[in-house]
Design a protein around this ligand. Sequence first.
Ligand code: AMP
Length: 556
Amino acid sequence: MKSTMQANQLGLALLLRHACRVNGRSRIVSVTADGLRVEQTFAELAQRAGRLAHALEERGFPAGTVVGTLAGASREHLEAYLGVPASGRILHTINVRLHADQQAYIAEHANDEVVILDSQNLEGFASFAHRLPKLRLVVTVGSRAASVAPQVPCETIDYEMLLAEGAPRIDWPDIDENEAAIICFTGGTTGLPKGVAYSHRSIWLQAMSICTANSVGLSSNDCLLPAVPLYHVNGWGLPFAALMAGCDLILPGASMHPSALIALIEAESPTIAAGVPTIWSDVLSEMRARGLSRLGRLKSVSCGGAQVPHRLIDDYAALGIGMVQAWGMTETSSMSAIAQTPAWVSSADDRHRCASAQGRVVCGLEVRVSDLDGATLPTDGVAVGEIQIRGPWVTQSYLDVEDQNHLQDGWLRTGDLGTVDSDGFIRLTDRLKDAIKSGGEWIPSLALESAIRSHPSVLDVAVIAVPDERWQERPAAIVVLKPDETASAPALRAHLLGKVAKWWIPEHWAFTDAIPRTSVGKIDKKRIREIAGASIPWTLTANQEGASTSAAPSMR
Ligand code: AMP
């Protein structure tokens, strides 16, 4: 028997209608690309998003047009977040911290026709804009555009002037909930970045899950500060959840600097915040340096994207702020598990164990543990295997990628190794992936290796992650030089300038005579990690290495 229920479509049009008709008075405070404070209501946001959608329509960009963004966490970016997909176009957020080559690759593969960018990103964008065959319009936000605009091979227009061309649309019609709404590329851990296209339905469902009390728990009594770039997995879905809940939203703009965040917290009094551990650890250091013992009205911080050190959780608890660890990935629409402590936990030890777990999946998602041959392992908190996940906001495939290696019987292989216990707590132990997660952002080891390898003195190189107190992980390079070559670490670092993003460049270098390899000739990173040990400084020695070396390597 069919149900009798209405089959209305979930999605961003419905979210915008609710945001302006029900939550119209809730506020968004944002820092503009020029560093100014701007406040607007949800109703005003919906109107400006309407103008944007209308102006794009008037200029002949039909439904399905892909609109890229290279922007900070600003109101203009949020307007594009809503106005572009809610009108049937597709938003594509480009990570502003990537090297221009990667940004070009991503923008080209997403078929960006329009790009909206903060004016300070225009110069970088102009260096690769000619590689985008479909590009027809560049929209600049902020006042620093004029000098470079001519270098872009298409029309450029100021964002406010574009908005002035459109009428404020208020009747957002429904869109098929399974259509793509936003494209986000992965960090490219195993090679090139891969595109994930979130649907209207997946964004809606994930936002609802964030609003529930077992997750972040947002309501119209809250004020949220997501210290999360909007290009990172839809800002973890938090802007959508805030609009759904009628929760005031503070957008920090382009800077996540600790002093800027503390100033925002003091001035705007958010009750809930989110972000990667590095940001919150920097905020803590800044507070200590300034002798601060309070952070306004802040009562909780959802922290994830990388392992949250338990000391950080304890330090925030001492300030009266509950820091809750969350786990997720681009492919799972971000926050998928969250480490809230259930009421049945009574002892301090168990409380500690829960808080230091990656969390329990929110209702709607399921996880299992699998060995590398595909057998499902018990969820007993002991058996270690790959964490696999499925659910309506987990990706089924990647854009333009044929193979299905990322799936096993319909479950997404996360590449994270760990356990799941009988209460559903996930604890990660390691990663199958070789990328480095520094301050919440990926540094793909393969790309870094190939840049180092391009130095004429380098014969071979492996890059691994090493623990770092501030950034969680930093890259370390193990280099084999060609015979009679003497290139030093500073020379190799200088070689990387301009070839990769500055923050990718390793501080840690070791030199050896051979890189350990597996039986099929692949670099054996597991073995290298074992040799490198858990802490810096480290060295490789001929004996430990188990490879044919004639001399012990040294740090230079
Ligand atoms: P991304 O797709 O950039 O969001 O990266 C997702 C990956 O970040 C996951 O597969 C994990 O390897 C890592 N990650 C995310 N959250 C956590 C966490 N709380 N603890 C440890 N690793 C995490």
